[in-house]
Design a protein around this ligand. Structure first.
Ligand SMILES: O=C1C=c2cc(C(=O)O)[nH]c2=CC1=O
Length: 504
């Protein structure tokens, strides 16, 4: 969440995080080369929705000013915590060349490409993040017991991806002996669901590109809208087959059976006010379609569900929450039925895919520990991008105020650094963010009226053709019987026919 070089006791006390890309002392944000400047962070102070009544009690409010109030503001296409790199979609020493990576269907990768992707994830699970560290205590305890030992930890690239999700969904600690407040979620149940998860994936993709030193590396996607109760990517060459010994575990032939999850100790976090760290505990659990208590989540979404949700016109609707009806966002998130009508018992699309996994991937505070999360969310993002392409919305359709805390258009997304707003991710990806999807979208089936109309038209055409053919035949026969020349000239005689035969 913060650059390693900013989280010294002095750095935190100053509230300033403006490192230099050159490592020089007097060059914050690369200002000497025009890359950027160190500026005050202006957080959007518009009202959030009524779901969160504990203003002032949570470090994530008005993100990130509880920790830092000055950051780098980069010029042009420069970007990053020290303006040392380029914005998504740009490359080159001056960040003036366009770049685009293509996210493909994971099932359509070659055997070598699948192996490379699985190995890259495994490498990310083991590689310490080169720049960022995580807070392991709330701000109230961030300087440690002696007031001078800051409570931050290194974390691996993949575990950072898991941790950011956990941090965004964790409860608000209200004090020892008091129940933590769970009605808060900075990345779900609001318009920020699509924008937050988009940035989350971009961050992982960028970190993996750097780790692999391959700027063309792209995360693939899982088309989870295939119906049925089979997890097609749960094979040992991809996300891991089911173990033959334990239906909730992964096959020993999959590298992911060796992964251990982080952020499992929710009881501690909620009662002691501690925060998840990089400590790994149990293996991934997964039992696709195996939730016997909830038959509704034993099947994956259908292709038609995707077609239907892409037709929902409004991006989001009041109260911009998990109860919104006729909202594209609430539909793709999966709290509404695929055609957009809100129904509290429904779980569809993204939510249904999570719950179908029935294990680590189905619990919000843990779900990214299962690498299926990456593929599930790239597909969710692909649907969001297709919706943006088809509907071409103005930025103004994204609510500016009264969305749940964290979800207003101008709010910075928690806990990313440098600060990035929801609005910055509400743009079509190929033109603005440097990636695109190679995907086909399910078509709309015909309505009953369309089927009836088409049947009538086809029947009329058939009758017309039969009538025309019959009329021609009758005319030709009567013409011939009246002693006229045949309609075909002699140049059209069949081979082998005598010329004289054609003379009547
Ligand atoms: O990881 C997640 C798990 C989820 C479960 C539901 C649900 O609808 O009950 N939603 C989820 C979202 C997640 O991101």
């Amino acid at each position: 969440q913060f650059p390693r070089e900013c989280v010294t006791p002095e750095g935190l006390r100053s509230g300033q995080c403006c490192p230099s890309p050159s490592g020089l002392n007097d060059d914050p944000c690369g200002s000497s080369t025009g890359r950027g400047e160190c500026v005050s962070i202006a957080v959007d102070s518009r009202q959030h929705g009524p779901q969160y009544p504990h203003d002032g009690r949570d470090d994530r409010e008005r993100w990130p000013v509880r920790f830092f109030n000055r950051t780098c503001q980069c010029n042009g296409n420069f970007s990053g915590f020290n303006c040392g790199r380029c914005r998504h979609g740009w490359t080159g020493a001056n960040c003036d060349q366009r770049i685009n990576v293509v996210r493909r269907n994971v099932m359509q990768l070659s055997a070598d490409e699948k192996r490379a992707f699985v190995n890259a994830l495994d490498q990310a699970k083991r590689t310490v993040h080169p720049d960022l560290v995580i807070a392991t205590r709330r701000y109230a305890e961030i300087f440690g017991p002696d007031g001078n030992t800051v409570q931050f930890e290194n974390i691996t690239i993949y575990n950072y991806f898991v941790w950011t999700h956990y941090f965004s969904v964790s409860k608000t600690f209200l004090g020892a002996g008091q129940a933590s407040f769970g009605g808060v979620d900075f990345s779900h149940e609001g318009p920020g669901f699509v924008t937050w998860h988009r940035y989350h994936l971009l961050q992982l993709e960028r970190d993996m590109q750097d780790m692999l030193q391959d700027p063309s590396f792209a995360l693939p996607y899982w088309n989870f809208a295939i119906g049925g109760s089979t997890c097609d990517i749960c094979t040992d060459d991809l996300m891991g087959a089911r173990s033959s010994f334990d239906m909730n575990s992964l096959s020993a032939n999959s590298i992911f059976s060796q992964w251990r999850v982080i952020c499992e100790s929710v009881e501690d976090y909620d009662t002691l006010g501690t925060i998840c760290n990089n400590t790994e505990t149990s293996p991934i659990r997964r039992n696709p379609a195996g939730n016997v208590n909830r038959p509704m989540v034993q099947r994956l979404p259908e292709p038609q569900d995707v077609a239907d949700c892409l037709q929902v016109n409004a991006f989001d609707t009041a109260p911009y929450y998990s109860t919104s009806s006729e909202s594209f966002r609430n539909t793709i998130e999966g709290y509404s039925a695929p055609k957009g009508n809100y129904d509290p018992v429904v779980r569809s699309l993204h939510n249904l895919a999570h719950l179908f996994l029935n294990g680590t991937g189905g619990q919000t505070h843990l779900s990214p520990n299962d690498p299926i999360f990456v593929l599930l969310h790239t597909y969710t993002d692909a649907i969001f991008d297709e919706w943006l392409r088809r509907h071409g919305p103005d930025a103004a359709v994204y609510p500016e105020e009264n969305a749940p805390i964290g979800h207003n258009r101008g709010y910075n997304m928690v806990p990313f650094w440098p600060p990035v707003t929801n609005a910055e991710m509400f743009l079509t990806a190929p033109e603005n963010l440097g990636y695109s999807y190679e995907a086909e979208w399910p078509g709309q089936p015909f309505t009953l009226t369309e089927i009836i109309t088409m049947t009538i038209v086809a029947a009329l055409v058939l009758v017309a053709v039969i009538f025309a053919a019959t009329t021609c035949a009758v005319r030709a026969r009567s013409y011939k019987m009246e002693g006229h020349q045949p309609l075909l000239g002699e140049q059209y005689q069949r081979y082998g026919e005598e010329k004289s035969q054609s003379v009547v």
